[in-house]
Design a protein around this ligand. Structure first.
Ligand SMILES: NC(=O)C1=CN([C@@H]2O[C@H](COP(=O)(O)OP(=O)(O)OC[C@H]3O[C@@H](n4cnc5c(N)ncnc54)[C@H](OP(=O)(O)O)[C@@H]3O)[C@@H](O)[C@H]2O)C=CC1
Ligand SMILES: CC(C)=CCC[C@@H](C)[C@H]1CC[C@H]2C3=C(CC[C@]12C)[C@@]1(C)CCC(=O)[C@@H](C)[C@@H]1CC3
Length: 332
């Protein structure tokens, strides 16, 4: 039976490379790509078919920053499929990124330079805003929209003959100190991206606790530093072009400088081939590339407090309840 795989954020960067590499692994799978609108869905489908002309690729429109759109997409998916084998929760944003060059410069002179260049700790901030649903945009798009989607797709993910899998694109920028239970949407700080990725790690841990016995397994991956639309928005393009030779050089020391989307999805593809029962739910799988360009995966223990994770999950459930009350007309 052909496996059914749903990928969010499939229109470019990590998501598009993932679609292509998954089809290289298994040309028989049914790939459903989730993109923001009809035009992006169609363009992306054509780009994938250009490489894999005989692949089965369907599309679903979803704006992950819009709760009504998520509920509609989930309803459509429930009608179309009776199970989903893999859901790659990959779409993400980092709006208005700001690099603190003073801190970057100071960091270059310390012993923690590699840590800084691979996690961006202490050198990056973002400015977030409220979206149309009254939620912080980064939290809504990167985490809560995906959480709602998963919960709405529960019937397709649980109780199947074979285990189903959730694979979240998290980040090595996820940091406990950027996250707080009392401000879990990160309305007050300037590290909304870091907070949303930490929140992703917490969510994945609890999803495993709640759903493993129903045959649903969740993992988190970091693609490493990948040149994509997201990163190209951080610095002017000419600066990235100038920095490129330096980045290839840094890769000899910083293995998470995967740099291309193709390399960045090494961990996503590796997980596609693993039996979930043998994976550690407290581990993040990092895509790595050696200086000479060999790709591999490194498992690193996550820094998550399971008690905080449980409390945070309860908050997500409360927010979900409010959402479902508000949009009861979009439920079956
Ligand atoms: N690049 C990097 O170095 C790293 C990236 N990541 C993570 O990888 C993931 C992919 O990012 P990357 O490929 O680099 O960046 P891109 O900006 O290239 O891709 C982001 C994808 O998310 C989609 N997306 C954004 N907002 C929404 C929305 N509201 N609804 C639906 N889709 C949306 C985009 O669609 P559209 O084309 O419509 O905008 C696009 O397909 C993200 O979760 C990111 O946080 C993690 C670590 C490092
Ligand atoms: C590489 C050099 C010499 C300069 C570039 C400085 C920064 C622009 C760059 C250094 C570390 C990078 C980084 C990210 C963005 C660009 C940097 C801040 C990320 C935050 C991108 C998104 C992620 O999810 C993280 C894994 C990245 C961590 C490293």
């Amino acid at each position: 039976m052909a496996r059914v795989v749903l990928v969010t954020g499939a229109s470019g960067g990590v998501g598009l490379a993932l679609c292509r590499r998954l089809l290289e692994e298994d040309g028989r799978l049914h790939l459903c790509i989730a993109c923001r609108n009809e035009q992006t869905c169609e363009n992306t489908r054509e780009r994938i078919l250009a490489y894999h002309p005989s692949a089965q690729v369907s599309t679903v429109e979803v704006d992950l920053g819009n709760l009504a759109s998520i509920l509609r997409a989930a309803r459509e998916l429930r009608c179309r499929f009776n199970r989903l084998d893999f859901v790659y929760l990959n779409a993400g944003i980092m709006p208005n990124p700001h690099v603190n060059f003073k801190a970057l410069w100071r960091g270059l002179l310390t012993g923690k330079v590699l840590h800084m260049l691979t996690t961006a700790e202490g050198i990056m901030t973002q400015t977030d805003r409220l979206n149309g649903d009254g939620l912080q945009e980064v939290f809504a798009t990167n985490l809560f929209g995906h959480f709602m989607l998963v919960r709405q797709l529960q019937a397709l993910l649980c109780g199947n003959e074979k285990p189903s899998r959730l694979i979240w694109t998290s980040s090595s920028n996820a940091r406990e100190s950027a996250f707080s239970l009392s401000d879990y949407q990160h309305a007050k700080g300037q590290e909304s991206y870091s907070s949303s990725k930490y929140a992703t790690d917490l969510t994945s841990v609890v999803l495993n606790r709640k759903y493993n016995d129903q045959g649903l397994y969740s993992s988190v991956v970091c693609p490493g530093l990948v040149m994509s639309n997201m990163t190209y928005r951080i610095l002017p393009i000419f600066l990235w072009k100038l920095l490129m030779p330096l980045m290839w050089l840094i890769r000899f020391f910083a293995k998470t400088y995967t740099l291309t989307p193709y390399n960045g999805v090494e961990a996503h593809v590796w997980l596609f081939k693993q039996k979930p029962e043998y994976l550690d739910c407290l581990v993040k799988y990092h895509s790595c590339t050696t200086g000479l360009g060999r790709c591999y995966v490194e498992a690193r223990k996550m820094d998550v407090d399971e008690d905080v994770a449980e409390k945070f999950f309860q908050k997500l459930l409360e927010l979900e309840e409010e959402t479902l009350e508000k949009y009861s007309d979009l439920l079956d």
